[in-house]
Write a protein that binds this ligand. Structure first.
Ligand code: B12
Length: 589
């Protein structure tokens, strides 16, 4: 097996000393502690994990609501109103996941000049506290806190606001802040923040959303469970904290969704933060999305009833694939979920739950092998696996695809993705590949041949962590013998332009989701002009942005403006293929 070499992964002659970073985080814990909030006082608990354990013992199913509007006033209203309206109907919201904007990952002092997305921006620590004072619901600061350049300041603000569930370690591995290349600094801040949590006198759940991290990109679900074990090793064994895992976005297959929960129950005692809604199955029809919602919630209800793991259930509003859900829509989803919990009583007797246990055992066994192979492979390559700094940075730099290729527990097989037969097949990446092939198959074979003959080179990229659109585009182009130059994920416009220039690309394909479409395209056009390139740009994904002067603070569609700037706007991959066919006909003449 080809190995890894330190010089390629960590070429720096010197890296920060983890002992000092850990000491700094622990020192900070003398002054930064968990502040009061209505949730902790109303239930008489010191932390959310204490509350979760109590509710698990009572056999209660907990519920999670997710929101974070650009307008702080609207977010404050949501914090109070969702709780009140759900309570008025006789139900309870246990926790709120606060959807901070991704620009919150920049240190506050540098944030003003950086790009921003569509979520909530809290300027001061007191803004964190104002939010959590609005209702007795557990505040979960699950994104853009731990794992970012602003990890320490955001963790301190979250703790002081009474939050005892803070993330997102998953994001550390995959997310790169635009215009921020200092991964050494980001890792140092992450270690300090982890130590600050670990040194608290109460249990802080370091939240990791596996789908935000590598799990969404593995082809073998066993690697996802292996990631849990590796994160436990780093946070619990090396740093002395507690890590709490969230899964769900991409877990569309009922049996493996249930099996993964069972596997988590086998390998961890820390309650789970939440099980996320299966957002990837949501479509453009609200009515049909009620069926989607019920399909995954039922699995999660049965999972918690028969083996409580503390995960809050997340009823995703039926409008989520179309827009950022409104307060009313979040309340509706909760009323639906609570009624479903009542109606699902006794349903478990109809299922063969043992089938999930069998898969869970396979996940645990193969996940452990993945963890051991990763750690021993890194050690052989010269990485100090007792040093959390080196381990975190090395894993982040190697990335999901290579880790799986090198250390996946499946049998080697040349003809499959990642060159290994998955122990338990993860469905998302495989489904995208099938979808890509399907799109190409819709083209007339003679048109396919025309595109193949043109011998195009494409530079493909995405502007943020959302990588599925990019994978889909790459698959379709690959099937048409277009040479794909991978300009990476969360790629800055200048790097994309350089890459396209060096590769002699005939066109650039951009997938974008984080509400930056217009700014990104403008910057990319400037950069390709700077390097002296004049090629078409195809752009697809979520083509929206919050206008500078918007009173509503909601993103609006910018397709028309993108088109006016000369981009080929693609609502489907087919739109790009039609245009490529015309380009190919011209070239082949
Ligand atoms: C999957 C998903 C994720 C996954 C991504 C996993 C991964 N590694 O890729 C995870 C869980 C990580 C994630 C995280 C977040 N997400 Co998200 N996510 C989604 C979701 C559910 C699906 C998007 C997707 O990948 N679809 C699959 C693609 C293949 O299908 P499609 O989108 O329909 O695309 C079609 C075309 O557009 C075309 N296409 C796409 N790109 C391109 C490019 C070209 C060149 C061409 C030709 C065609 C093309 O191909 C498809 C088929 O025709 C959407 C909601 C939704 N249902 O759309 C939210 C959504 C995109 N996310 C959103 C947000 C806000 C986030 C977060 C910022 C939330 C947070 N605060 O943490 C984080 C981002 C974190 C970060 N680090 O940036 C918002 C964006 C809001 C906006 N812009 O208005 C959305 C819309 C949800 C919502 N309604 O609020 N997310």
């Amino acid at each position: 097996m080809p190995g890894l070499h330190r010089a390629q992964i960590l070429p720096e002659p010197e890296l920060p000393d983890p002992t000092q970073l850990l000491a700094e985080g622990r020192r900070l814990a003398r002054t930064v502690t968990v502040g009061p909030c209505p949730f902790l006082s109303a239930y008489g608990v010191r932390s959310e994990s204490e509350y979760k354990r109590r509710r698990m013992a009572e056999g209660a199913i907990m519920l999670h609501a997710q929101f974070g509007y650009r307008s702080p006033a609207k977010s404050l209203r949501a914090y109070a109103e969702i709780y009140e309206r759900v309570a008025a109907a006789g139900y309870r919201v246990d926790r709120y996941g606060i959807c901070l904007d991704w620009s919150m990952g920049y240190p506050a002092a540098q944030r003003a000049d950086m790009p921003r997305g569509t979520g909530l921006i809290l300027e001061e620590p007191r803004d964190f506290a104002a939010l959590t004072q609005s209702a007795p619901v557990a505040p979960h600061f699950g994104d853009f806190v731990i794992g970012t350049p602003a990890a320490v300041e955001n963790t301190a603000a979250a703790l002081a606001a009474g939050s005892t569930s803070i993330g997102n370690l998953g994001q550390y591995f995959t997310f790169r802040m635009p215009r921020w290349s200092d991964d050494v600094g980001t890792t140092a801040e992450t270690i300090k923040a982890l130590a600050l949590c670990a040194a608290q006198p109460v249990e802080i759940m370091v939240h990791s959303n596996l789908d935000d991290g590598f799990a969404a990109l593995f082809c073998d679900l066993a690697c996802g469970l292996g990631a849990v074990l590796i994160e436990r090793y780093i946070v619990e064994e090396l740093i002395g904290g507690h890590v709490s895992h969230c899964y769900g976005h991409t877990f569309s297959e009922p049996l493996t969704r249930l099996a993964f929960q069972r596997a988590l129950a086998q390998v961890t005692e820390t309650p789970g933060s939440m099980v996320y809604g299966n957002t990837t199955i949501f479509c453009g029809s609200e009515v049909e999305n009620y069926a989607n919602l019920a399909s995954y919630l039922l699995v999660d209800i049965i999972a918690q009833r028969t083996r409580p793991t503390g995960h809050g259930l997340n009823p995703v509003p039926v409008t989520e694939a179309m827009r950022i859900p409104e307060i009313d829509e979040i309340v509706d989803a909760h009323l639906f979920a609570n009624r479903l919990i009542q109606r699902a009583g006794g349903l478990e007797a109809l299922f063969d739950l043992e089938a999930a246990e069998v898969i869970a055992d396979r996940l645990v066994e193969a996940g452990q092998r993945f963890k051991e192979r990763v750690l021993s492979g890194l050690a052989k390559g010269g990485i100090d696996i007792a040093n959390p700094f080196e381990l975190l940075l090395a894993i982040r730099r190697i990335g999901a695809k290579r880790l799986e290729e090198l250390f996946g527990p499946g049998e080697p097989r040349e003809d499959v993705l990642r060159k290994r037969l998955p122990v338990v097949r993860a469905t998302t990446v495989a489904a995208l590949e099938d979808q890509g092939e399907g799109v190409v198959a819709l083209l007339d074979p003679s048109d396919q041949a025309v595109i193949r003959r043109a011998g195009f080179t494409a530079c493909v990229t995405c502007t943020d962590v959302h990588e599925y659109g990019k994978i889909l585009v790459e698959t379709a182009l690959g099937r048409l013998d277009v040479e794909v130059i991978d300009a990476g994920v969360s790629a800055d416009p200048d790097a994309v332009a350089e890459r396209a220039k060096v590769a002699g690309a005939d066109f650039i394909a951009v997938s974008t989701y984080n509400g930056v479409a217009l700014d990104y395209l403008q910057a990319l056009r400037q950069e390709i002009a700077r390097v002296g390139l004049n090629v078409p740009i195809f752009i697809g994904g979520k083509l929206n942005q919050i206008p500078e002067d918007s009173p509503s603070s909601l993103p609006v569609d910018v397709s028309g403006q993108l088109q006016a700037l000369g981009a080929v706007v693609c609502h489907r991959v087919e739109d790009m293929l039609e245009e490529l066919l015309e380009m190919a006909k011209e070239r082949n003449q």
